[in-house]
Design a protein around this ligand. Structure first.
Ligand SMILES: C[S@@+](CC[C@H](N)C(=O)[O-])C[C@H]1O[C@@H](n2cnc3c(N)ncnc32)[C@H](O)[C@@H]1O
Length: 195
């Protein structure tokens, strides 16, 4: 029999909401636990799968997650209530590019509009705690960043923006940047020096 979280994941998959693969989820869990990260911000909630997964795996986490799409934000809120996680996960229905941030976070997971990775990164960096991490997902964009074949104009443009972000971040000398070799191109970033 399927439990509530399995049903939530199935519905998200049926509605084609992209979510992180198992090995990526496992890596995030390990990072959060091994580095004692407590306060987390996610850009791009979808149906809340990533946040819910982390909150179920690690019981003293607090998460805020920002979603632009009103229907997805509502579904995520309901999913979180159904799993009784509403005291630990807060969904903010706003544009991550313009939302006002006030607190600092130990981990910031950027998984929103892929064409805006650089703008989002620049926006959230001042809100990263001293020894915190930023994770950016889908830098391979389902393998599309490694090929130019059979791509539409829109996809080519998106891929170009993702690759521009990669080149930019890899040349930022104040940051430690590690491209992880699994999933859909996860990148882990931290500051080299204290803010
Ligand atoms: C890949 S999905 C997120 C999946 C989720 N992080 C997970 O792993 O379960 C990306 C989400 O970003 C949202 N999004 C797109 N532009 C956004 C923006 N400007 N601000 C906030 N969310 C945005 C989309 O509506 C979509 O639900």
């Amino acid at each position: 029999m399927m439990n509530t979280f399995d049903q939530i994941k199935l519905k998200a998959a049926q509605e084609k909401i992209p979510s992180m693969q198992e090995e990526g989820l496992f890596y995030c869990e390990h990072l959060i636990q091994s580095q004692s990260l407590k306060n987390i911000l996610e850009i791009g909630t979808g149906h809340g799968i990533w946040s819910i997964h982390m909150a179920l795996a690690i019981n003293d986490l607090k998460l805020k997650t920002i979603e632009l799409n009103p229907k997805r934000a509502e579904i995520a809120k309901q999913n979180i209530i159904d799993l009784n996680l509403q005291d630990r996960i807060t969904v903010i229905h706003q544009d991550a590019l313009t939302v006002e941030l006030t607190e600092t976070y130990d981990l910031i997971f950027i998984d929103g509009p892929k064409s805006q990775n650089k703008a989002l990164f620049i926006k959230v960096l001042p809100y990263l705690s001293k020894n915190g991490y930023i994770l950016v997902d889908n830098l391979d964009f389902h393998g599309e960043t490694h090929t130019e074949q059979t791509q539409s104009r829109d996809l080519k443009q998106l891929v170009r923006k993702i690759n521009t972000f990669k080149d930019w971040i890899l040349n930022e000398s104040d940051l430690n940047v590690k491209a992880l070799e699994f999933g859909d191109g996860l990148m882990l970033i931290s500051r080299k020096y204290e803010p």
